[in-house]
Design a protein around this ligand. Structure first.
Ligand SMILES: Cc1cc2nc3c(=O)[nH]c(=O)nc-3n(C[C@H](O)[C@H](O)[C@H](O)COP(=O)(O)O)c2cc1C
Length: 324
């Protein structure tokens, strides 16, 4: 088998899968650079969301892309060895990856890569997860000691709803935030942004209660049988707030979302609750953690439901450069 760092169809497929990673507003703030022996991951400032002034969401997104890359490489028979922040003077150079051949590609490797093709952000209400007691230990094993995990149940709902409401009102006059929201939900032709088919109507959004408020769509009410969201909420917090912590948190976010997909759980990443102090303080109180980064709603969806199209991605040519 050729080494994957050569610009082979195998590496192109690996990068295609890596770019299926979730990203803030589907901004895809990554740039991959392919050399003779290594692949580099860089933060691409031109695709930063303006309201993400610290770049935290972009780093989380790139971390998710990095983990997706590793999963896709494993399914192709390669262990991706990741050196994070290899150049201390360049904080946009997030990782350099080299490869060693794997002894055997297992069913597990293949299934995880397959989950990349099925995973999507679902903003509709969920029924309660069917077999949470089996899933939670899996979740805790994945997260290990890179991030702290807390699972919130129905009792935390009122506080989370308050956090969502306070976040909304803190942003009423935030013109940059609303301009962003408008831009990233009306640019789906360009291969970035969130298409209307992935957004919710007023009634769907009300039944979830704690989601980010995107522009409302006017489609027929979906998943009407699920009257109120009964999802578990997973909160991921970091020990510290360095770039490396946030990047690794993004990698773990990817691992958690793929594990949920493999367990037939639907998921929706939520970060609005950690973006402004009023919301973040409530999440801090609920978890007892100083640095909550990401929340994920997880639950079940009706089995016979029509699955909407996947959100678009940029063509590979826009996010990959080949170093000569
Ligand atoms: C760091 C990060 C933050 C996100 N925040 C939210 C959010 O607050 N609300 C939401 O509905 N989706 C959120 N998402 C999901 C993205 O909007 C989604 O990944 C993107 O639109 C691509 O769609 P897909 O996940 O269906 O492929 C977030 C994703 C990431 C990686």
């Amino acid at each position: 088998m050729p080494r994957p760092t050569m610009w082979t169809p195998q590496l192109q497929e690996t990068l295609q899968l890596a770019c299926r990673a979730p990203s803030f507003h589907n901004s895809q703030p990554w740039q991959w650079s392919v050399g003779a022996d290594t692949v580099e991951l860089h933060l691409f400032p031109q695709r930063l969301v303006a309201s993400d002034s610290s770049g935290r969401q972009a780093l989380l997104s790139c971390g998710a892309g990095l983990d997706h890359f590793r999963v896709a490489a494993a399914a192709a028979g390669w262990t991706a060895n990741v050196d994070r922040y290899p150049n201390p003077n360049d904080h946009k150079h997030l990782a350099t990856i080299d490869f060693s051949p794997m002894a055997f590609v297992t069913e597990g490797h293949r299934h995880r890569a397959e989950a990349i093709r099925r995973r999507r952000t679902d903003r509709l209400p969920f029924a309660a997860p069917a077999d949470w007691d089996t899933f939670e230990p899996v979740l805790r094993q994945i997260t290990g000691d890179t991030v702290l995990i807390d699972v919130l149940d129905a009792q935390a709902r009122p506080a989370l709803q308050k956090a969502a409401a306070l976040t909304e009102s803190a942003r009423l006059d935030d013109s940059t935030y609303h301009a962003d929201m408008h831009w990233w939900t009306s640019s789906s032709d360009s291969g970035t942004g969130i298409p209307h088919s992935s957004l919710t109507s007023q009634s769907e959004s009300d039944r979830v209660g704690i989601g980010r408020r995107f522009p409302i769509t006017h489609h027929r009410d979906q998943r009407a049988d699920v009257q109120a969201d009964d999802a578990r909420i997973v909160v991921m917090s970091t020990y510290d707030d360095t770039r490396l912590d946030v990047l690794r948190c993004g990698e773990t976010l990817s691992a958690v979302l793929l594990a949920a997909t493999m367990a037939d759980l639907a998921s929706c990443t939520l970060t609005h609750l950690t973006e402004v102090p009023a919301g973040r303080d409530i999440v801090r109180e609920l978890t007892g953690r100083e640095l909550p980064q990401v929340l994920i709603r997880m639950g079940c969806t009706p089995a016979d439901e029509e699955i909407p199209p996947l959100t678009p991605r940029l063509p590979l040519a826009d996010v990959v450069t080949v170093r000569r």
